[in-house]
Design a binder for this molecule. Structure first.
Ligand SMILES: [Zn+2]
Length: 357
């Protein structure tokens, strides 16, 4: 019966669907499928396989129709399965659960084998979906468990065991960069941590820049310098806040340079503190190029949590590093600017500045 389609319908390349195949148009996926008589397979429009001779091509509305006509699904584009992005997101979500449940961080090879991919390919897909490597994801998750355990645990050692660390030296190795301070200091609410800060003026108003011994830990924008200092105190309630010295002015100048000319970038280490989820969101934000914007929905999809749009918006609002983590580049799906922790007029000014650069 399908043979009649080949002989009786107009040539495949005179059908408007042919241009979608030539363009390997992802937007056309799902609206139709095409079979190739010479190979006996059928594909999605976006299939990366070599372009077929239109003489051998026929169109089908569903995979079932193509199979009823005697064609096999292409092994490359897998037209009878969910689209690749969905499969990958589901695979990565499963791997994340596996990492979270593991007592010790699983080996890359084991995770890749379970996912049915080569270690190289698996690593690439995981990073593309979550914005972090499997190892960084495991470390962030572990740090989050430690943070949760610290305030209620009787001792730091107990907290380590609660979080699944079986050797405390490994814990100290992993915890430093994630917590931004030693576990003891964190448990005490930042007691003993020293944070240097300075307040200056930039074209967007007052700016406060703060630095721990790990790197820049806060960039705050506002109208009132005193309010910025109070905000810093709220974010680090028990840390010792120290006013700026001369060497520090250099750092502040670099940060102000970033605000004035975002395309120049910031060549300073950042001390990023947040939950594993917030870190994934912030990592995705830092991949939005200067001059472009993304929707909250797009960021949620990018980190493999397409339904966590509200949580993404909350993570944007919790960002302590204005401009360096560019939460101003996230807008509503309809292009509306939506809110900004440091005032929507500053968001507008930053986006205009970046569009012009
Ligand atoms: Zn194919």
């Amino acid at each position: 019966m399908d043979a009649m389609v080949h002989t009786m319908s107009r040539p495949a390349d005179q059908d408007p669907r042919w241009s979608a195949i030539v363009a390997r148009d992802k937007a056309a996926d799902g609206s139709f499928f095409y079979s190739v008589r010479s190979t006996g397979v059928y594909c999605r429009p976006s299939c990366a396989a070599r372009l077929a001779n239109p003489k051998n091509v026929a169109y089908h509305l569903t995979p079932a129709a193509a199979e009823a006509a005697g064609f096999r699904p292409c092994k490359r584009c897998r037209p009878n399965e969910a689209p690749r992005e969905q499969r990958e997101a589901a695979m990565v979500a499963e791997v994340c659960r596996r990492i979270e449940a593991a007592e010790t961080p699983p080996q890359l090879e084991d995770l890749a084998r379970a996912a049915g991919l080569s270690p190289f390919h698996f690593h690439r897909v995981f990073k593309a979906v979550t914005g972090v490597t499997p190892r960084a994801y495991a470390a962030a998750h572990r740090a989050e468990r430690v943070r949760e355990a610290l305030p209620r645990a009787g001792s730091v050692t107990e907290a380590l065991y609660d979080a699944g660390f079986n050797a405390s030296s490994r814990f100290y190795e992993a915890a430093g960069p994630m917590l931004g301070m030693t576990p003891k200091a964190w448990r005490a609410g930042g007691v003993g941590a020293e944070i240097r800060f300075a307040v200056g003026q930039c074209s967007l108003g007052a700016i406060l820049v703060a630095q721990s011994d790990k790197g820049v830990c806060a960039i705050l924008l506002g109208d009132d310098p005193d309010a910025l200092v109070r905000d810093l105190q709220d974010r680090f309630p028990k840390a010792r806040l120290v006013g700026a010295d001369a060497a520090y002015e250099q750092w502040v100048a670099q940060v102000i340079g970033l605000v004035e000319q975002p395309q120049v970038g910031l060549d300073l280490p950042l001390d990023v503190r947040g939950t594993a989820f917030q870190q994934r969101v912030w990592s995705a934000l830092r991949q939005i190029p200067v001059g472009e914007t993304a929707s909250y929905q797009a960021i949620a999809e990018k980190i493999g949590a397409p339904r966590a749009v509200r949580a993404v918006a909350q993570a944007c609002a919790a960002n302590s590093l204005a401009v360096a983590i560019p939460c101003h580049r996230v807008v509503r799906q309809d292009g509306d600017l939506s809110g900004y922790r440091w005032g929507v007029e500053r968001k507008r000014a930053l986006l205009e500045r970046e569009a012009a650069a």
